[in-house]
Ligand binder design. Structure first.
Ligand SMILES: [Zn+2]
Length: 317
């Protein structure tokens, strides 16, 4: 697998620009060259300076993007800890390991490598799952790393849109709620989920799987808690999940319905890439290596069945 360090690339480009300037005699009337847009290639790993964020671009025919934004442990001194009272700083323990294991299991079962994005910096210092204005970073370096994270995520989802035409982005998280079940987030509100199927069917347009709902033969409420809903497929694998056929409503329990990345890279605002935020529990899913080894292939199997049922992909895998 080829490796390209974006920082090195930037240095090379700067060197090239400097070289060009000297050839032109360095006159004051020169126009500044626009920064080139990176042409992402499949089967290539991209990293920011110091490997703080890494994008492992998978196979060209991958319909799947996986991201682990909140399990970073790096503590760069030029990115101070966020101290704003609204800044959530808790780490999502072991989600990078879970994400890599899910990606490997998908590859083993389908022969297709998903695109994988990892943030290695502490969430306390850089927060990818909030709008930049609400990340409350303490430095421009953190802002810049946020921009690079999102450039990578856009690059990965654009790769899917361009080469497959439709796809699924799964944002991987961990919660500390009392009920040990995966919270499957589509941006759909708790009150909508707690309502009737008839009312829920009118809420597809404001969900992160809106595009999927326009191509699927299933009603939106079926996509949320019917036989082939993502939560149902997880529960069929033995991974408790809400909403699902087995556990259709969050009721009054804690439940996350998806954050900034699910909103930005899903299909609520257009496009053919849908998004789901998976909030996983600790004690039954990821807190030990053996739990993660058991859980990750189940998530992969649910993803594959979801792609078969709703996208017509991975048939026969
Ligand atoms: Zn998280």
């Amino acid at each position: 697998m080829k490796k390209m360090n974006l920082w090195m690339l930037a240095c090379l480009l700067l060197a090239a620009t400097a070289c060009k300037k000297s050839e032109n005699g360095g006159g004051d009337d020169e126009k500044e060259e626009p920064l080139p847009v990176t042409e992402y290639q499949p089967n290539t790993t991209y990293a920011t300076k110091g490997n703080q964020v890494k994008l492992i671009m998978g196979d060209i025919n991958s319909p799947i993007v996986l991201a682990s934004p909140h399990d970073g442990t790096m503590t760069p001194s030029n990115m101070p800890v966020r101290t704003n009272a609204n800044a959530v700083t808790v780490r999502d323990l072991y989600l990078t390991d879970v994400t890599e294991k899910v990606a490997n299991a998908i590859y083993q079962r389908t022969g297709v490598r998903p695109h994988v994005l990892i943030n290695y910096v502490e969430r306390a210092r850089m927060e990818p799952n909030r709008a930049l204005a609400e990340a409350y970073h303490q430095s421009e370096e953190a802002n810049q790393l946020w921009r690079e994270y999102h450039a990578f995520l856009k690059g990965a989802t654009d790769m899917v849109a361009k080469n497959v035409g439709k796809g699924l982005f799964l944002d991987m998280h961990g919660h500390g709620h009392t009920k040990h079940r995966v919270e499957v987030g589509y941006l759909t509100s708790i009150s909508d989920l707690n309502g009737t199927d008839a009312a829920l069917n009118n809420r597809a347009t404001v969900s992160s799987i809106y595009h999927l709902s326009t191509t699927s033969p299933y009603s939106f409420s079926q996509l949320i808690r019917g036989d082939y809903a993502f939560g149902t497929l997880l529960a069929n694998e033995g991974v408790a999940a809400v909403p699902s056929k087995q556990d259709p409503k969050p009721n009054n329990d804690d439940y996350f319905n998806g954050g900034y990345c699910t909103l930005t890279y899903g299909s609520r605002n257009g496009g053919a890439i849908s998004a789901i935020q998976l909030e996983t529990p600790g004690p039954t899913f990821r807190d030990t290596p053996s739990l993660r080894t058991a859980s990750a292939p189940k998530v992969a199997d649910a993803i594959i069945k979801y792609m078969q049922t709703h996208y017509g992909l991975f048939i026969g895998k």
